[in-house]
Design a protein around this ligand. Structure first.
Ligand SMILES: [Zn+2]
Length: 206
């Protein structure tokens, strides 16, 4: 792509680094911004810079938060005995939208993936195990997507907490295999949380 302007080329290059956005789409977005009032571009740039400089992760559940302890963890009405294990904030949002879960979350920040070189030490697993050993947690719900990486991660954590007095369950496979949680509709997801099945039972079914 030949650009008549280095400024334009730089902007297009940066935007095309985002997932799912090729050079042509990036060019369309940049030209769109140029047609809009200047303050729209400024607001976009400021939002991104503030996001990076001020974002925090909850010290307890590792969810993205503006404060040290996220709203969910800080809410005394939530049941700290039940912890739902998810991959990232999108899953927290999806499950919160169902209005069917009153426990807390633990955000792993990814899934174990030998192919991508992601091991347990790269994820927020040790803090979960520490929490489990402290005796606060009575039930752990695995809510990772039903992919090979999700299953591997579930099983790794399950092995780590085996022997502790914690019941383990997994959300019922009403959520189609391979579907990411974030795309499940609220009714299906809500139902699968209520009808969660014992984790060991899910292992035998596989
Ligand atoms: Zn939290």
């Amino acid at each position: 792509m030949d650009f008549s302007s280095k400024l334009l080329e730089n902007a297009v290059y940066e935007i095309s680094q985002l997932p799912g956005i090729g050079k042509r789409t990036a060019l369309r977005l940049v030209l769109h911004l140029l047609k809009q009032p200047e303050n729209q571009t400024n607001s976009l740039a400021t939002a991104l810079v503030s996001l990076r400089s001020q974002i925090k992760f909850c010290k307890s559940c590792h969810n993205i938060s503006d404060v040290d302890l996220c709203e969910i963890c800080a809410n005394p009405k939530r049941d700290e005995n039940i912890v739902c294990i998810v991959e990232d904030i999108r899953d927290v949002m999806a499950i919160e939208n169902t209005g069917q879960f009153r426990g807390l979350y633990h955000v792993l920040g990814g899934k174990i993936s030998p192919m991508e070189g992601i091991g347990p030490q790269d994820l927020n697993i040790s803090s979960l195990i520490a929490k489990a050993k402290s005796g606060i947690i009575k039930e752990i719900i695995f809510a990772l997507s039903s992919t090979m990486e999700g299953d591997t991660t579930n099983f790794y954590i399950y092995k780590q907490i085996e022997g502790l007095e914690i019941s383990t369950s997994t959300i019922a496979r009403g959520v189609a295999v391979g579907d990411e949680l974030e795309y499940a509709d609220e009714v299906t997801l809500g139902r699968s949380i209520i009808n969660r099945i014992p984790f060991e039972g899910s292992l035998k079914a596989n």
